[in-house]
Write a protein that binds this ligand. Structure first.
Ligand code: NAD
Ligand code: UDP
Ligand code: UDP
Length: 338
């Protein structure tokens, strides 16, 4: 049988000359759950820019209206305040499912990952939409393999303090594959590694936002544990490019989307000092339970199959985020203050 998607595509117009991976294809109806959040709002900007009709479904739990307010009044943009834990009826061609309280202080919300993802898969099945899940590098837990390849199954404590996030996303991946195999749904899975940039929550406890806000406020940078644990930090525009290539491409995944540049937390603190305030102090704090010791993506698969790799290194991306944080913390009138 010819799907609605297949019937519709030939009618859609391409704009511009050479179209890289269909990224400039015009006129799809796209649902972005969590679209008022940090990553989602940048994705929405790109989709609106290329001419799609975008619906954001967000309960504004960790997201902010300010992140998408510049689209209000655009007939191709709509925001629905709704919790994905409740069913919803919509008609779209693609679903980017990002809704999830991602930050550490909101880890309790396993339900969004499980019930929310189930509902969005049910929706995708009913309307035959392509479904992209934003999973996470946390599915690898405290990895015993380094760097992490997509074929690695992970090392996760199912009853640990982080497990509602790790296991929630692992269940979301399982559900996504169940609907793919069982209901023939077109799905895509991205495993996102630590991402930073403008519009990140200021006080949600993630390390880059903490350090930047602390340095700007002249507070000491709080390094947990000995600061030798590592993470890889990706600038948000690189991630959005990867998500769109994944959605438009022909491969289910999972794909690691992250920047392979690996930093200890002490090295990150140094980059923040160099960027904002060389005199910023460092204060050591006890680390949280089950904190992964290291994390770095192997992005070979995304490079080969999606033609994607990140372009913005930490020392280039961080100042872009600092400009945004300065404005939000001090207000425009004082945006040159440190
Ligand atoms: P975010 O908190 O800024 O965005 C999440 C959005 O989802 C928010 O706008 C929030 O209000 C919304 N939301 C939460 N629960 C909801 C619910 N029940 N119903 C409707 N909306 C709901 O976080 P983000 O960093 O933009 O993360 C986006 C996605 O990417 C998440 O799925 C997250 O797990 C994933 N991810 C992010 C990172 C990262 O470093 N930023 C890393 C790995 C994975
Ligand atoms: N669902 C939804 N919107 C839809 C279709 C389904 O929110 O347009 C929800 C539905 O309420 C259910 C979930 O998605 O809780 C899974 O739907 P599915 O049809 O796969 O399972 P079933 O309802 O048959 O158990
Ligand atoms: N971290 C830190 N200081 C902070 C916040 C976090 O040293 O103020 C550490 C944390 O212990 C972890 C790393 O930074 O080792 C990344 O933490 P984050 O919560 O940003 O991301 P995740 O652990 O989910 O990768």
């Amino acid at each position: 049988a010819v799907s609605r998607r297949q019937q519709q595509l030939p009618a859609r117009q391409f704009v511009g000359g050479k179209v890289p991976l269909g990224l400039k294809r015009k006129g799809l109806r796209v649902l972005v759950t969590g679209g008022a959040g940090f990553v989602g709002s940048h994705l929405v900007d790109r989709l609106v820019e290329r001419g799609d009709s975008v619906i954001v479904v967000d309960n504004l739990f960790t997201g902010r209206k300010e992140n998408v307010v510049h689209h209000f009044g655009n007939p191709n943009f709509e925001m629905i305040r709704h919790d994905v834990v409740e069913p919803i009826l919509l008609e779209v061609d693609q679903i980017y499912h990002l809704a999830c309280p991602a930050s550490p202080v909101h880890y309790k919300w396993h339900k969004t990952n499980v019930v929310g993802t189930l509902n969005m898969l049910g929706l995708a099945k009913r309307i035959n939409a392509r479904f992209l899940l934003t999973s996470t590098s946390e599915v690898y837990g405290d990895p015993l393999q380094h760097p992490q390849v997509e074929t690695y199954w992970g090392n996760v404590n199912p009853i640990g303090v982080r497990s509602c996030y790790d296991e929630g996303k692992r269940t979301a991946e399982t559900l996504t594959m169940d609907y793919h195999r069982g209901a023939n749904l077109e799905v895509r899975i991205a495993r996102i590694f630590n991402t930073y940039g403008p519009r990140m929550c200021i006080d949600d406890g993630r390390v880059v936002s903490n350090f930047v806000a602390q340095a700007l406020r002249k507070e000491p940078l709080t390094v947990y544990g000995d600061g030798k644990q590592t993470r890889s930090f990706q600038y948000v525009s690189d991630l959005v490019e990867g998500l769109m290539r994944l959605m438009e491409g022909e491969h289910v995944g999972p794909f690691n989307l992250g920047n392979p540049g690996e930093f200890t937390m002490l090295e990150l603190a140094k980059v923040v000092q160099d960027t904002i305030d060389p005199n910023a102090k460092i204060e050591f704090r006890p680390n949280t339970q089950d904190d992964p010791h290291k994390r770095k993506p192997d992005i070979g698969r995304a490079k080969e199959l999606l033609g994607w790799e990140p372009k913005i290194p930490l020392h280039k991306g961080l100042p872009l985020m600092v400009t945004d944080f300065r404005k939000r913390i001090f207000g425009d009138q004082d945006s040159t203050a440190t």
